[in-house]
Design a protein around this ligand. Structure first.
Ligand code: HEM
Length: 324
C-alpha cells in the first residue's frame, strides 16, 4: 500500500469506532461509506427548511399589512414552541434537581421577555386602518385559539390554578381523576362567551373540538411534573431563593407582562372613539384580557396577600392609561 492511502492514527481510530457502531446493529460500514461518497454537502437553506418557512404566509386579502399580522403570529408561535421545548424536558427531571429546573425556567423567562418586547414593536407595527379592513375577513379565528399558549399554562402550574378564581382554592387537593370534571371550569371557557347571548362563541366551540382531548390528556399526564408540583416537591434546601425569584419572574412574564402588552395592542387596534370595536372572537375582550380581572397566578405561595390582591393593577394604570 502506497503512502497516499495512509491514514493518521486519529482517523483509523474513528474508522474502528464506526466499524464497531455499525457492526453492533448488523450493518456494513463499507456500504455506509459508499453513501457518504455520494452524499451532497449540507446547505443552510436545506437545513432550516428556509424555502418552506418563507412560503407559509398566505394573506387572504390584498391588504399589505395582513402579512405582518400573519408573520407576527408565526414568530410568537415559534417562541411558544421554544418555551414548550424547555417545559417538556421537566418531565424527565429528577425530583431533587433544582439546577435543571432553574435552567429551564430562566430560558422560558428569556423567551417571554423577548415576546413582551416584540409586542412593544407590534403595538405600532401595522396600520390601524389596514388592520380594521382585513380583520373582518379573519372571522371567527382568534389568537384565543392558540393551543400552545394553553399548553404552556398547563405545564407551568397545577390544574386548579387555571380554573375560574372561585374554584381554585377549593380544588387545591385535586387528583388526576378529578381533572375531567374540573375541565369545564377552566378560565378560558368563561372568557369566550358571546356578548349578547352568554353562549359559547364559535371561536371557542371550534377550539374545543380540535384541542379539548389533547389538553385534558396533557393536564392528566403532567399532574406530577408540572412546574408548580415539581418545585413544591423539592426538598426545602433545594427551594433556593434564586429559584423562587425565577418562578416569580415567570409568573409576571406569562401572567402579567405578555398579556398586558397583548392587551395594549388590542386597545391600540380595536379602540376607536367613541367606543371599542368588537373582537374577531366576539368576546368581551376589555373584561377578559386584563390580568387584574382574571388574576391568573401560577405560584400563589410566592406572593404576599397584597401582591395577590393587586395583581397586574399597577401596570395597566401606568402603561395603558398613562398614570401611576
Ligand atoms: C393587533 C394584534 C392583536 C389584536 C388586536 C388581538 C386581539 C385579541 C382579542 C380581542 C382577544 C380576545 C379573544 C377574542 O375575542 O378574539 C385575543 C386573545 C388572544 N390573542 Fe390576540 N390579538 C392580537 C395579536 C395577537 C398575537 C400576535 C398573538 C400571538 C399568538 C395573540 C394571541 C392571543 C391569545 C393567546 C389570546 C387568548 C388570551 C387569553 O385567553 O387570555 N394575539 N386577542
Amino acid at each position: 500500500m502506497g503512502d497516499e492511502y495512509a491514514f493518521d492514527e486519529d482517523i483509523l481510530k474513528k474508522l474502528n469506532a464506526l466499524q464497531e457502531k455499525y457492526a453492533a446493529m448488523g450493518q456494513d460500514l463499507s456500504a455506509y461509506l459508499d453513501g457518504l461518497l455520494y452524499a451532497d454537502y449540507l446547505t443552510y437553506w436545506d437545513y432550516i427548511n428556509l424555502d418552506t418557512l418563507l412560503s407559509l404566509q398566505h394573506p387572504i386579502t390584498p391588504i399589505p399589512d395582513e402579512s405582518i399580522f400573519i408573520i407576527y403570529h408565526q414568530i410568537t408561535e415559534l417562541y411558544f414552541k421554544l418555551a414548550l421545548h424547555e417545559l417538556e424536558q421537566l418531565n424527565s427531571c429528577a425530583p431533587t434537581d433544582c439546577a435543571s429546573i432553574l435552567k429551564r425556567v430562566n430560558r422560558v423567562n428569556r423567551y417571554f421577555e423577548a415576546l413582551t418586547h416584540s409586542f412593544e414593536i407590534m403595538v405600532d407595527g401595522m396600520d390601524q386602518n389596514q388592520f380594521l379592513k382585513f380583520r373582518m375577513s379573519l372571522l371567527p379565528a382568534s389568537g384565543f385559539q392558540s393551543a400552545q399558549y394553553r399548553k404552556i399554562e398547563i405545564r407551568c402550574t397545577t390544574f386548579n390554578r387555571l380554573l375560574n378564581e372561585d374554584h381554585r382554592d377549593a380544588n387545591e387537593g385535586y387528583q388526576p381523576g378529578d381533572i375531567e370534571s374540573l375541565y369545564p371550569f377552566i378560565y378560558w371557557k368563561a372568557g369566550a362567551v358571546e356578548l349578547s347571548s352568554g353562549k359559547k362563541t364559535l371561536t371557542l366551540r371550534q377550539f374545543e373540538v380540535k384541542y379539548d382531548r389533547d389538553l385534558l390528556e396533557l393536564a392528566e399526564n403532567t399532574f406530577e411534573v408540572n412546574l408548580r408540583s415539581l418545585w413544591q416537591s423539592l426538598p426545602p434546601d433545594e427551594q433556593t431563593d434564586e429559584l423562587k425569584k425565577a418562578l416569580r419572574w415567570l409568573d409576571i412574564n406569562v401572567n402579567i407582562n405578555w398579556p398586558l402588552s397583548h392587551y395594549k395592542s388590542a386597545v391600540r387596534y380595536l379602540h376607536r372613539n367613541p367606543k371599542d370595536i368588537a373582537a374577531t372572537g366576539g368576546t368581551n375582550w376589555q373584561k377578559y384580557l386584563p390580568p387584574r380581572f382574571q388574576k391568573r397566578i401560577f405560584y400563589p405561595e410566592l406572593w404576599t396577600t397584597k401582591e395577590l390582591k393587586e395583581w397586574g393593577k399597577t401596570w395597566v394604570e401606568k402603561e395603558v392609561f398613562g398614570h401611576d
